[in-house]
Design a protein around this ligand. Structure first.
Ligand code: CA
Length: 529
């Protein structure tokens, strides 16, 4: 089937209603009969349930440890398989496979987030629903433990190994097997969709299991993971508690954000509140220093606070001066998670992995701790092996994106990674384009929309339409199956539920420049240079 046919068919309502009227009885009975036919090693199948369109999808298996235990209505007809898979004598993971009646012949694995599930969920149900409604046989796991916490790593490296790579990969192996056992035709192509920790998992697959996927959509990835943890750990000792003279208040961060926009917004040619290329933005914060003539109620910064801000926007270097992690990119001041107390993931990582000491105090972190953590790098969770030639050789494709207003994982780290791949492989960006394309997304936060045109269809919460130019998942399908590679990713800015404007995001290392004429809301007024 050509992609255009897929799209024509993906008037999803057409497919689904046809399925409901013509295929439902046989699909339902096929699903009901499936449990006795499943053969998967080292697993225990909980349930195989037919889920008709309109019924509630309960998230029962995560309800005990995850807050997202609610339910939502199915918008498509599918066969739901829930199972546990054993990975060692001391570890196992929970997974689900959603096998839709409108099957497109494609397999897809979702990923996770944070130190477990995304926003406290184990399985990323929203991504599963998003992919399965397009007809993908879709799987998701809880990544080896439930809940957004590192405490299960404590004195159990098997759980850590699941988290680093094993749960995802094993879920793919099991999920492909289930897909072949359920659909007699098997599957034609295999895909991956994930953001944040899910972005790292996508890259880990590319590095370690280059044949797992034909197409990988990896967003805002937690690459260089140990140093991301170290970078996150650094903020608290630098900023301190609210009583410290180094601490910066929310009102002051707002003033800092305004000053950054004042210095950087126009560098792309348009004053629209959005910084198109954060590399061009090298703000000078001394403009905010309190002086004797400042009005008493004006917001200004002391010398100690200026030092704090300059550190936040500087890279992290190791004790011997080696580069560890880039600066926080300017523009994310209002959404960052790092400026009000310890970073939970760093605290968990040091307590339950690095030192096996639940009492470890994040206020004591120094660069010497980073040295210890980096020497461990368990199961190469750092995910920073720049030679991805096996993935290229297996004809895989990867679409990598990162929001330029990301306040949790600075988008500068994706640029560092891109250059690391170029340098390691000795390959030019134009040759890299054959299988790896990176799109920085202005106006996007951490895997979610920010102030700009950031609806790019990487999940249900950022869906606008089924045009592959506006939808990174469908762009990947078109690239893999029709060989049409994305030259840009177009995002939408929404005002309520209405599209206010669209903007094309350029393929790195090109950057977006306003050339006019007309409004900055006109996508043709921008050019990739
Ligand atoms: Ca601008």
């Amino acid at each position: 089937m050509r992609f255009s046919d897929f799209l024509a068919g993906a008037g999803l309502a057409t497919i689904v209603s046809a399925a409901v009227t013509a295929k439902q009885p046989s699909f339902e009975s096929k699903c009901n009969a499936f449990k006795s036919k499943i053969k998967v090693a080292n697993s225990h199948v909980h349930d195989v349930t037919y889920v008709p369109i309109g019924s509630n999808i309960t998230k029962e298996y995560d309800a005990s440890t995850c807050s997202d235990g609610d339910s939502s209505p199915a918008t498509f007809d599918f066969c739901r398989v829930t199972l546990n898979v054993t990975t060692s004598a001391k570890s196992h993971f929970f997974m689900e496979a959603w096998l839709p009646s409108n099957y497109s012949g494609r397999f897809l694995s979702t990923g996770n987030g944070g130190l477990g599930g995304f926003e406290t969920t184990g399985v990323k149900y929203d991504d599963m629903a998003y992919a399965a409604q397009y007809g993908f046989a879709t799987v998701g796991t809880n990544n080896g433990h439930s809940g957004d916490t590192g405490k299960y790593f404590y004195q159990n490296t098997e759980v850590l190994e699941d988290f680093a790579y094993r749960a995802l990969h094993t879920g793919v192996v099991v999920g492909k097997e289930l897909t072949k056992q359920f659909y007699t035709e098997g599957f034609k192509k295999s895909y991956y969709l994930g953001c944040s920790t899910g972005g790292r998992q996508g890259w880990k697959s590319i590095e370690k299991f280059p044949d797992d996927f034909d197409g990988v959509v990896a967003g805002s990835p937690a690459l260089n993971f140990i140093n991301l943890i170290n970078w996150g750990a650094r903020f608290y000792p630098v900023i301190g508690n609210s009583s410290a003279d180094t601490f910066i208040t929310t009102a002051q961060w707002t003033a800092i954000h305004s000053e950054i926009l004042r210095q950087c917004d126009s560098l792309d040619g348009a004053v629209d509140g959005i910084i198109e290329d954060t590399d061009l933005c090298q703000p000078i914060f001394e403009t905010l220093v309190c002086n004797s003539t400042a009005a008493a109620d004006s917001i200004c910064l002391t010398a100690a606070q200026i030092k704090t801000v300059n550190t936040v926007f500087s890279p992290l270097y190791g004790h011997n001066g080696s580069f560890l992690f880039p600066r926080m990119q300017p523009g994310s001041e209002l959404t960052s998670v790092y400026y009000n107390g310890p970073f939970q993931y760093a605290e968990d990582w040091y307590r339950y992995v690095v030192y096996n000491n639940p009492e470890w105090n994040p206020a004591t972190w120094t660069i010497e701790d980073a040295t210890v953590a980096n020497a461990q790098d368990p199961y190469q969770i750092s995910t920073f092996q720049g030679d991805i030639s096996p993935f290229k050789k297996s004809r895989g494709k990867v679409l990598h994106y990162h929001g330029l207003e990301d306040g949790i994982i600075t988008s500068d780290t994706s640029k560092v990674w891109y250059h690391h791949v170029v340098d390691t492989m000795g390959i030019s960006p134009s040759d890299l384009d054959d299988f790896y394309r990176f799109f920085p997304i202005s106006g996007m936060g951490h895997c979610t929309p920010g102030t700009g045109a950031a609806y790019i269809g990487q999940g249900p919460s950022t869906f606008v339409d089924n045009n592959p130019e506006d939808n990174v998942l469908l762009a990947m399908v078109r690239w893999v199956e029709e060989g049409i590679a994305p030259e840009f990713v177009r995002g939408a800015k929404l005002n309520g539920t209405t599209v206010e404007y669209r903007r094309k995001h350029c393929k790195y290392p090109k950057r977006n420049k306003y050339v006019g004429p007309g409004s900055y809301k006109d996508e043709s007024a921008w050019e990739c240079v």
